[in-house]
Design a protein around this ligand. Structure first.
Ligand code: DGJ
Length: 735
């Protein structure tokens, strides 16, 4: 049983092979934290870790004990204003205007397994023995409100899942003004904070900074997890690198507004809070109502960033992603967007599909432009019940049947949360968009946001999509969302409930996803938001893969995919080979390099394959065959980053099978330079004692040689044909 309660010392110890997490019920019955880190032996008391000291100017909890102040105590779910002045985990406004609270320990439950979170995405277990859960119940007598803090520790992952639930048991309405998913205090601040930040077409670039006293953090108030800041941070020791050193990772399973904040106080204690962004949140709770926060995942690694990422990859890939597609091999697809945009005919689509079939591609995805009056981005969004028969005279069914007859699967693009004013749906329901009465409603890409906080709107979109998806053989859906939320206000809610709209919106999105997945379990969903503006763990619960970025340039993708791999499984990273010059940056890269990068993701193509030369088609045939032969290794193996594109002119990564008998490494050389010195690429993750051969050549090497001496890189790997953007992929197999 990896959760122990020591009654005498009133301490909980959650542990598995890798981590320990120790909670103490403090003298005032609130919860303190004593330790989170590498696994340590259990003992009946860790009370010596609870330090107290009288300090000038500090407020203390009990009049007769000046040494006990919450300001200097590591806590589990702190409140503001009762001796602690740091930012709190929650804040509740009461009827008399007070925001002071006092939640005290009332009891706890320890059980095998893990409960689901109603209406929210969360990690899960298939068998109760995979994890243990501790639920601690706290109660505020004056408010008559219960708070349940939930902690799940997984047997096989160095991770803890946390969330909180408030239940109003009193007569009076209370208002949650902040309800974070988790708060965790550290005794020191000798950390660097890593974040994944960027913008459209340069999502999830790794940024690192040393912690300073005061506040640092990242957030989104855009109504989506956002391209700007992914809902993830890590705290690493300054000497931690990919393979050595301590790092803590914090990830929020949520797709809406979020805050990840790190506060270092003037005694160098560090507090991390993670959850829904409080500035855009206000949730009245009437008698008997409850509020469940999203789930936060806390990961610890004592062996560098790679181990942290591997924990996230395994946990998210195996116990967050669900359904048939979690374990099934992902199809090689070709998407029409960069080939045709919205300008296509059935004939054109079929000729692309025929060529795709010849090349071994398995799934054809028809992107934007097939519905309503959709010839440009001014019109049509919302009209999912009208097929554009100018382009598709035989409808979606006719096209899908023909593609299926070729022996391929058919997939479709939708953007169900958005609407154009030039659409039948808008003309019928102009009040269904998110807009503030009396104010201008801003547009993005000529589109507006449907108010998914309203059930009738979600119900309507479900009914139309249900009909569409049952009308034809559709095996894949790309679910896009191309704007953020502005002028947030719901015409479906009272004034006092307007602080609920952002969260209710995302719950509406989750609801629609849930219903569609349940009704069409065979469909593979890929989430998308102008590329990767909603690449978050919340989406992964519904859609096993995400379109990583609208930027398909191979070199820019190195950074985007490298950063994304910090948290997200390789199987979730949609990656396509596109045409050159690249549509976003105009760069010309070799076809080999484009594939050598896209292999490390849910692989596909995004170009007009009918325009390729015979030589290029032959190469693509080989690429598709290579990916198919190794896709389970590439997408499900253990992924290690080797060389960071953020550090210089090269990048490298490797995927190794669990049993270390096979691996595929990618090496990328960005710019060529003249008269270079020798170069070797040191691999990681192999078995030191096993002998391996590389790319089926006769020569073989021990794993220790490949990891300590490295692969000798030759001129062709460093500078193909004397050109920039060269790359090499090494298939490593034990003999
Ligand atoms: C944005 C997506 O990221 C693209 O891949 C494409 O689907 C367009 N939207 C279509 O409008």
């Amino acid at each position: 049983m990896p959760i122990v309660f020591h009654e005498k010392s009133r301490e909980f110890h959650l542990y598995n092979r890798d981590i320990s997490y120790i909670i103490k019920i403090l003298p005032n019955n609130q919860l303190g934290n004593l330790y989170f880190g590498k696994a340590i032996n259990d003992r009946s008391s860790f009370s010596h870790l609870f330090q107290k000291k009288a300090r000038p100017l500090s407020a203390y909890v009990f009049e007769d004990d000046p040494s006990f102040s919450l300001q200097y105590t590591m806590q589990e779910y702190p409140s503001y204003g009762s001796t602690d002045f740091r930012y709190p985990a929650f804040e509740i406004k009461q009827e008399n205007g007070s925001r002071i609270s006092c939640f005290e320990y009332r009891g706890h439950e320890i059980f095998a397994g893990k409960r689901t979170l109603k209406g929210l995405p969360a990690t899960y277990v298939e068998e109760a023995h995979e994890a243990d859960t501790l639920e601690i119940t706290l109660y505020d007598d004056l408010m008559q409100t219960e708070l349940i803090l939930s902690y799940t520790i997984f047997n096989d992952y160095a991770a803890i899942a946390r969330s909180a639930r408030f239940i109003n048991k009193g007569e009076k309405t209370i208002v949650l003004e902040r309800a974070m998913s988790a708060s965790i205090d550290f005794i020191d601040s000798n950390f660097e904070m890593m974040q994944l930040s960027g913008a459209w077409a340069r999502e999830r670039h790794i940024k690192t900074r040393k912690l300073q006293q005061g506040i640092q953090g990242i957030y989104s108030t855009r109504g989506a997890s956002s391209a700007e800041h992914n809902p993830f941070i890590a705290l690493k020791r300054p000497n931690t690198d990919e393979n050595c050193g301590e790092v803590y990772g914090f990830s929020l399973i949520y797709s809406g507004n979020h805050l990840e904040q790190v506060e270092v106080d003037t005694h160098n204690m560090t507090r991390v809070i993670i959850g829904i962004h409080p500035d855009t949140f206000q949730w009245p709770l009437d008698k008997g109502e409850d509020f469940q926060t999203p789930e936060a995942i806390l990961v610890y690694s004592d062996c560098g960033l790679n181990k942290m990422s591997q924990t996230f990859h395994k946990l998210f890939g195996r116990r967050l992603v669900r359904g048939q597609w979690r374990d099934k091999s992902r199809p090689v697809l070709v998407n029409s967007w960069e080939a045709t945009n919205m300008d296509f005919t059935e004939e054109k689509i079929l000729s692309m599909a025929e060529t795709a079939k010849e090349l071994g591609i398995e799934l054809f995805v028809l992107d934007d432009g097939w519905f309503g009056n959709r010839d440009n981005d001014n019109a049509g969004l919302g009209d999912w019940d009208i097929i554009n028969i100018k382009k598709l005279p035989n409808g979606i069914k006719g096209l899908a049947d023909k593609i299926e007859a070729l022996g391929m699967k058919f997939g479709l693009w939708i953007e169900p949360e958005a609407i154009n004013k030039d659409s039948n749906l808008y003309r019928k329901h102009p009040d269904w968009i998110i807009s503030t009465p009396g104010r201008r409603t801003s547009a993005t890409r000529n589109e507006f946001v449907l108010d998914f906080s309203r059930k009738e709107v979600v119900d309507y979109i479900y009914s139309v999509l249900e009909e569409l998806l049952s009308s034809a053989k559709i095996s894949y859906i790309k679910w896009d969302m191309n704007r953020y939320i502005t002028e947030c206000y719901s015409l479906g809610m009272d004034a006092r409930d307007q602080g609920k709209v952002f969260h209710r919106y995302i719950l509406g999105v989750y609801d629609l996803y849930s219903r569609l997945i349940e009704r069409f379990p065979h469909i593979l969903f890929e989430s998308c938001s102008s590329g990767g503006a909603r690449f978050d763990p919340g989406m992964l619960y519904y859609a096993p893969q995400t379109w990583t970025s609208d930027n398909t340039d191979a070199i820019e993708r190195l950074m985007i995919q490298y950063g994304t791999s910090l948290v997200y499984p390789i199987s979730s990273i949609g990656a396509h080979v596109s045409e050159v010059p690249n549509q976003q940056v105009g760069r010309i890269t070799p076809l080999e390099t484009r594939a050598n990068i896209a292999y490390f993701g849910a692989f596909g193509y995004e170009l007009d394959i009918t325009l390729l030369s015979e030589e290029e088609k032959e190469k693509i045939k080989e690429q598709v065959a290579f990916f198919k032969a190794h896709r389970d290794l590439l997408l499900k193996g253990v992924f290690y980053r080797i060389l960071s594109p953020f550090d210089g002119n090269e990048a490298s990564w490797i995927v190794v099978s669990e049993d270390k008998t096979e691996a595929i490494a990618g090496y990328y050389r960005i710019l060529c330079s003249a008269n270079e010195g020798w170069k070797r690429l040191k691999l990681v993750g192999l078995d030191e004692g096993k002998k391996y051969m590389i790319n089926n050549s006769r020569r073989n090497y021990y794993g220790d040689e490949l990891m300590n001496v490295g692969i000798v890189l030759e001129d062709k790997d460093l500078c193909q044909n004397g050109a920039d953007f060269s790359s090499a992929v090494f298939y490593i197999k034990s003999i």
